[in-house]
Design a protein around this ligand. Sequence first.
Ligand code: KPL
Length: 325
Amino acid sequence: MFFRGELILRIAILGVGSIGSLFAARISETDADLVLYSRGGHGELLATQGLLFNTIDGSSIHIDPERWVVVEGDITSPLFGCADVAIICGKSHSTSILANVAEQLLRPNGIAISIQNGLGHAERLVARIGRHSVLAGSTTHGAMRVGPGEVTWTGLGSIKIASLNDSELVPGDSRVMKFLNLLEDAGLNPEWEFDADNMLWHKLLLNIAINPLAAICGVRNGELLVNPDLHDQALAAMIEAANVAIADGVDLANFDYQVELDTVLKATASNRCSMLQDVMAGRVTEIDSLCGEVVRLGEEYGVPTPLNQQLLSLIKGIEKSTKTG
Ligand code: KPL
């Protein structure tokens, strides 16, 4: 086993798609030990050949497979209870399975953080791991899998992190401080946020503006910035979802929709958003956790959501016609 001693921080990344691969590549540059939970062909390549990482400045780095341990399936000794932090990066629909894996991988005082699109993931982790060990997270980094065993960092964003309500896991906690320092060392731009619900809704609004439209039109994020029709549609879907957020108690008084949207579109202009990557690969998308969630909550609060309903139906239709099985 490659672990280099008890004092080295051990990070487990659960779900090593585009974003998970980006985090693994960046954290491999620090002195932390890494455990990657990844299934299928990509996992096999990570274990045998490592990862080709195309960085934000255009250079490429090969990361040796010796730099991490790749696991799949049940966690057994010596990996059981080995990790200080479990970062959940899988798709929305995999949270429950990955929460089980996190429970097996984490040390008794380890931390789990969900950095996924959509709402409710952190609470699903809490159900498994306990409120005192869970942080909420979201990211605006852009990453794209260009082929098996290869990932490109397509947009420099940040990782936002917040405590859950009534949690003792606050920025002053030494485990949280170590984790934030590690993300800083890895160049992943951690930012502490003071309201987990607001943070997750802000990211949801950006995903609702960008992901379904880019996936339906088959365009990179930057096209939504330069094509006025698409930009108007993106903004309209975002503002409609924001009405639901406000009904849900989210404070959007200082949230400038257009500025926030354009900032992410600029930073990730060359990215194919995660939903477009899913559609192109014939995978189930996260549409249920994005527009589906907005439509569901809109019905609950009596807020009309026709645009989100339409985007939901279109993506569902595309999923049916492209599903690979
Ligand atoms: O979160 C993303 C995604 O693709 O899911 C953004 C930030 C929109 C980057 O494409």
